[in-house]
Structures are given as structure tokens and as C-alpha cells.
Write a protein that binds this ligand. Sequence first.
Ligand code: CMP
Length: 140
Amino acid sequence: MKEQTLAIIKPDGVARKLIGAVISKMETQGLTIKAMKLIRMTKEQAKGFYKVHEGKPFFESLTDFMSSGPCVVMVLEGEDAISRYRKLMGATDYRKAEPGTIRREYATDIEKNVVHGSDSPESAAFEIGYFFNALEIVTY
Ligand code: CMP
């Protein structure tokens, strides 16, 4: 089934000039970019985005990190895009990620793990709407 998912190249990935390498992997895996922009979240915006993690021990540090520099936010589309992209990212903990995945190749830390991707159709709908309006998602 054709789906859309929200992808982020996090501040560590942008700072380390990994945008091109990450996008290359996405395109090679059959994912099409339908929307994309470079943004810098405020701390409040990062807290709103990660509100499902509010109260967890890593919440403050995660939202500090996500507002520490620019991110690339994208809408990716493809067959089973949510699970396809999560497979491509690899496990949250890069030490457990499969070889060839983005996190296994590039992540340095459980928090500074280069990329984010929606984990369900419900979170994809919330996360896409958090950054993009309908006019910014291109039909082609
Ligand atoms: P992400 O896929 O963006 O979803 C939540 C983020 O919290 C996760 O990637 C990590 O960057 C960060 N994080 C930091 N510590 C942990 C942890 N112990 N477990 C899960 N996520 C963590």
C-alpha cells in the first residue's frame, strides 16, 4: 500500500554534511521525496513534536539536541513507506542496527542517531501535519 511518512535528518546529520548520503539511501530504497525543507526548531517546537516522549528520562536532552541546529524535514512516499523507511534507518540504538542501515553507518549515539522516521500511520499523520501544509506536499 502506498504510504507517506515523515523523515528528519537531525542536527548531527546536517552538521556532519550527511544530507546527500542519507537522501541517496532513501532514493535507492524506492522512497520518493514529496516535500522537503531545512528548518531550525525552537525548544518549544521540539517539545511539541516529541510530546509522546514527555516525562521520559531523555526528553529534555532530546529536545535540547533537536533545537540545537538545523534539521531537514521531509515527506517520503512509497509502498509501505513507514516500515520501509524504518528498516532503512535501523534500530534507535545504532549498536543494534543492521549493517547497511543509516544509523549503523552514521550514528554515534542513541540520541545523536542522524535520522527520525514516523512509527505508525497515526504518528505519520501528526508528524507530517506538524511541519507541512497540503500545498507544500507535491503531487507528482
Ligand atoms: P527518534 O526516532 O527520533 O525518537 C525518539 C528519540 O529519542 C530517538 O530517536 C533518540 O534520538 C532519542 N533517545 C535518546 N535516548 C533514548 C532512549 N534511551 N531510548 C529511545 N530513544 C532515545
